[in-house]
Design a protein around this ligand. Structure first.
Ligand code: TNX
Length: 526
């Protein structure tokens, strides 16, 4: 009987929300407020655009999406206003929240008022999620949407070291981040298994560090195809990196490069063995893990090398933040290394944790001299935090609390809830994953601690088991959409039932986004 009542209540709630879901146009993340009324605006051949100079890039982006939908517009006019059409303007009084926007739609116009350039990009993505396609037409429901983000930093990470993903995939991923109102792409470019960014000063990073011996890949049997007996890996040329950074910028997304140090450095050591404590020889790792051979903290040549790398990285990435890794650095080699001991004596460092802190502080000072800030995983707290460093807190909340107490910025990246390399169900058919169990609902229920101190949240996509784009998509979608709503929408309107219904609508848009969504209640492959 109780069950019957429970089902009835759930059913009634679903019925009630179905109405509101059609009203909210199935937007993900849910907007702060949406009131639908009046007639739709129809975008069609010849639709005019009006904008202010500042919002030209957002207007261009919208024009491009419309064109991709098969409709020729007249292009973006520099006129500030006109009678009929799509109008962009900036007004930080009418829309006081950073990244905020207001969309006002009737049969004559789409009026976009944005707090700033970022707000205009978000309005464009809301339109892109809202329109309904018919031949030669896109119709956008009439009404007013007011919207702004809950968290200032909304990020997704992608590991391209364990498996290399082509530029085309990276761009598709970035476009998808924009669609769901993320504003940062954390590009994990180096690790033990491969160095993925061209550094002109150090060519062996391309000829050696970018490749691992595929015949030795530990779990090769469980992974499909792509293993053809050749060397395995790849890297992005500097021209490709620039292309990706520009592509992201045109969608309002900042790209944060990560160069791992002092640990997770085996691939770089394979190329330049003199940078390790023992001098090698080393090989790029053939399986994920934590390895004893790391950059030697006793050698000045290590800092010269890393500064040379960072010089080129900072040329390529305008990001105010540069991620220097800092995680999982065993101190086995440092403990046995005369150069490290000499450094500790010279700098009066009490222990190897302090040596790690010395390492990070020295790199931090270099990065700061160039006007940038470092981000590191929470191990950078060990032995004392470098001034101005932002902490990505992945191992529970202790690191976050300690960093916040020291008035440092914190981004929550918790492994229990936001590691998308974990299993999504307990079905035995699930594709091989790193371990862990993080179903969609758990991501959706995530609530970060210390709201006043944290800048925002980020999802992690570690790729040891993601040997193909399809496998990566399967792990990313739809969990990334749940995270988008946690990061953007007010907590008070978060509602899993509504989210699931909106998600179902979105997943019918598969072809449009060229992404295969994993629908949670289905078994894999169904
Ligand atoms: C931990 S979190 C890692 C990665 C692994 C991941 C697997 C962190 C900073 N490092 O190297 O790929 O776990 O879930």
């Amino acid at each position: 009987f109780i069950l019957t009542i429970y089902f009835f209540i759930t059913y009634a709630a679903v019925q009630a929300q179905q109405i509101s879901a059609s009203e909210t146009g199935a937007l993900i993340p849910a907007p702060v407020s949406a009131k639908y009324a009046g007639n739709s605006y129809v975008i069609q051949k010849g639709t005019a655009f009006y904008n202010t100079t500042e919002l030209q890039p957002a207007a261009d982006l919208l024009a491009m999406y419309i064109q991709h939908a098969g409709i020729q517009t007249t292009g973006v006019s520099s006129q500030a206003s006109g009678k009929d059409g799509i109008r962009f303007r900036i007004d930080s009084v009418a829309v006081p929240q950073p990244e905020g926007y207001r969309l006002s739609i009737n049969q004559h116009q789409i009026d976009i008022t944005a707090h700033d350039a970022a707000g205009a990009y978000h309005a464009v993505q809301t339109l892109r999620q809202s329109w309904r396609k018919s031949p030669g037409k896109l119709s956008v429901p009439g009404g007013v949407i007011e919207d702004y983000p809950r968290f200032h930093y909304r990020g997704m990470h992608l590991d391209v070291s364990r498996h290399f993903f082509a530029v085309g995939y990276i761009k598709k991923f970035i476009d998808s981040l924009a669609l769901y109102k993320f504003n940062n792409f954390h590009w994990h470019l180096t690790d033990d298994q491969g160095w993925r960014i061209e550094i002109k000063k150090y060519p062996a990073l391309q000829t050696i560090a970018a490749w691992r011996n595929e015949t030795l890949i530990g779990h090769k049997k469980e992974l499909p195809h792509r293993f053809d007996g050749k060397r395995y890996g790849g890297y992005y040329t500097q021209a490709e990196i620039k292309e990706v950074v520009a592509y992201a910028a045109a969608r309002g997304i900042n790209v944060i490069p990560e160069i791992e140090m002092p640990g997770h450095a085996l691939a770089a050591l394979a190329a330049y063995p003199q940078l390790g404590c023992t001098g090698g020889p080393y090989q790029a790792a053939t399986f994920w893990g934590v390895f004893d051979d790391v950059f030697c903290a006793g050698k000045d040549s290590v800092f010269t090398f890393l500064e040379g790398v960072l010089d080129e990285v900072m040329e390529l990435f305008p990001s105010p933040y540069i991620h220097i890794g800092g995680d999982e650095c065993p101190k086995t080699r440092w403990n046995a290394c005369p150069a490290c001991k000499a450094r500790m004596a010279q700098e009066k460092l009490p222990d190897v944790d302090a040596l790690q802190s010395y390492f990070i502080r020295r790199i931090n000072a270099y990065v700061q001299r160039k006007g940038r800030h470092i981000i590191g995983w929470d191990e950078i707290l060990e032995g004392g935090l470098a001034p101005g460093a932002t902490v990505m807190s992945w191992r529970g909340t202790e690191g976050a609390e300690s960093a916040a107490a020291q008035k440092h910025h914190v981004i929550m990246t918790p492994e229990d809830e936001l590691y998308f390399d974990h299993y999504q169900s307990l079905y035995p058919e699930e594709q091989l994953a790193a371990g862990g169990y993080t179903p969609l609902q758990e991501v959706y229920a995530y609530e970060p601690p210390l709201k006043h101190f944290i800048q925002g949240i980020q999802g992690q996509v570690w790729s040891e088991y993601l040997s193909t784009e399809q496998r990566a998509d399967y792990m990313i979608y739809p969990r990334m959409l749940a995270l988008a709503e946690v990061a953007w929408s007010p907590q008070s309107i978060r509602d899993y039932v509504s989210f699931r219904r909106r998600l179902k609508k979105r997943s019918t848009a598969v072809q449009y986004e060229e992404v295969t969504y994993r629908i949670e209640e289905c078994r894999p492959g169904q």
